[in-house]
Design a protein around this ligand. Structure first.
Ligand code: SF4
Ligand code: F3S
Ligand code: ZN
Length: 103
């Protein structure tokens, strides 16, 4: 599961579509965590897609990640500023790849 304390245990190493990327990143095998308020651990996400289907405000968008060992696309929190903290995505992701900081 995603580390809920990633913001203390990791460093921001990059930016993507207006959100932070928390390392370590070694493309294409290691992609880190995308987003901060809505954070998706790309190394855990296996492209289930239920977060994209269920988020009421369409926070997530697919990004292609060819060569990643777990899956070749990921749910990117492209619109994390739109999040309404419903926590649905956190509850439904089957591999616990998502953390939403509602505090
Ligand atoms: Fe979307 Fe709710 Fe998840 Fe925020 S907590 S990203 S609004 S499903
Ligand atoms: Fe990935 Fe979980 Fe969404 S596996 S696509 S973050 S439901
Ligand atoms: Zn991203």
């Amino acid at each position: 599961a995603i580390d809920p304390n990633f913001d203390q245990n990791r460093e921001v190493v990059d930016e993507h579509e207006g959100h932070d990327v928390w390392g370590p990143v070694e493309e294409p095998e290691k992609l880190g965590i995308h987003g901060t308020h809505v954070a998706v651990d790309f190394d855990i996400c296996d492209a289930d897609g239920v977060c994209i289907e269920d988020c009421p405000v369409d926070v997530f968008e697919w990004v292609e990640t060819p060569g990643h060992p777990t899956s070749e696309r990921k749910a990117d929190p492209a619109n994390e500023t739109q999040c309404i903290d419903c926590m649905l995505c956190v509850d439904v992701c089957p591999v616990d790849a998502i953390d939403v900081d509602s505090t």
